[in-house]
Design a protein around this ligand. Structure first.
Ligand SMILES: [Zn+2]
Length: 269
């Protein structure tokens, strides 16, 4: 019986891999957009009703503007690289909420929230584009869905023989994967490799959108200064050390500019 379950898990794992368009690597993901997005959209709407959404200010308009430029850059990149229609189920939305937490996130399907607490660190539009590119990259690379899939495999292993993942269980795993539920809107940290991947992809997308990728390293220097040896701000309580992150971003900025040049973008804001 044990063996059978193991074989089954390997089988599911092997057949449930999707190719990540940004890395070309196969990753474990057996949740399609059609399963994940409705849950994400519902959680997002609930979050907005429970938090103070800022509308019609210069800042809230900036968040929307940056979001639109970043998502359309992502669309151009995906189409040019053989993934037209990759974003067809996305319903992009960009909101600013009044909250002093240093944080921003993007739920599956393009549902984005910036907290006013991160604006002193982003400082201006290009800084917002760094954070936006990073968060959008997590969503495009299905990092949350991968975490949810890993959770499912664990559960399959633990619940011997009970292969059917029923709806309430699926919702539970969604909440675990995204850190939602009792602490709505607080996203769990992603793994180190997912963070690094989001940094690299985010930098490319922002450059294609016409934002200067040199700002990536600058933003993380400000983030590092803000942490000042104490508990790090929410947004950066993830694994790559600041120094690794800053040196990666410095190295990748010229590559991001090269990528942008393929799209005719050679000057940056
Ligand atoms: Zn991240």
């Amino acid at each position: 019986m044990r063996k059978l379950i193991l074989v089954l898990i390997i089988f599911i794992g092997a057949t449930a891999c999707k190719t990540n368009p940004f890395t070309g690597q196969k990753v474990l993901n057996f949740y399609g957009n059609k399963q994940i997005f409705p849950m994400a959209f519902a959680q997002y709407d609930q979050f907005l009703t429970e938090n103070a959404v800022v509308t019609n200010t210069a800042e809230s308009k900036m968040i929307t503007r940056v979001g639109q430029r970043i998502s359309s850059a992502a669309e151009r990149w995906l189409t040019a690289n053989g993934y037209p229609g990759y974003l067809k189920d996305y319903k992009w939305e960009y909101n600013l909420v009044k909250d002093e937490t240093v944080n921003a996130w993007c739920m599956p399907g393009g549902k984005i929230v910036f907290y006013t607490g991160i604006l002193p660190i982003t400082q201006q539009e290009t800084g917002v584009a760094v954070v936006m590119g990073h968060e959008v990259a997590h969503a495009l690379a299905d990092h949350g869905a991968q975490r949810m899939s890993a959770g499912t495999l664990q559960q399959l292993g633990a619940v011997a023989g009970n292969v059917a993942i029923k709806d309430p269980q699926k919702r539970n795993m969604f909440n675990q994967a995204y850190g939602l539920g009792s602490t709505l809107g607080i996203m769990l940290p992603f793994s180190r490799s997912h963070e690094t991947e989001a940094d690299r992809i985010g930098l490319q997308i922002m450059a294609i959108a016409g934002y200067n990728p040199d700002e990536g390293a600058e933003l993380w220097k400000r983030m590092k200064a803000k942490s000042g040896g104490q508990a790090p701000p929410e947004f950066m309580s993830t694994h790559p050390s600041n120094d690794t992150r800053i040196s990666n971003l410095t190295q990748w900025a010229p590559l991001a500019k090269k990528e942008a040049a393929k799209f005719g973008v050679t000057s940056f804001q």
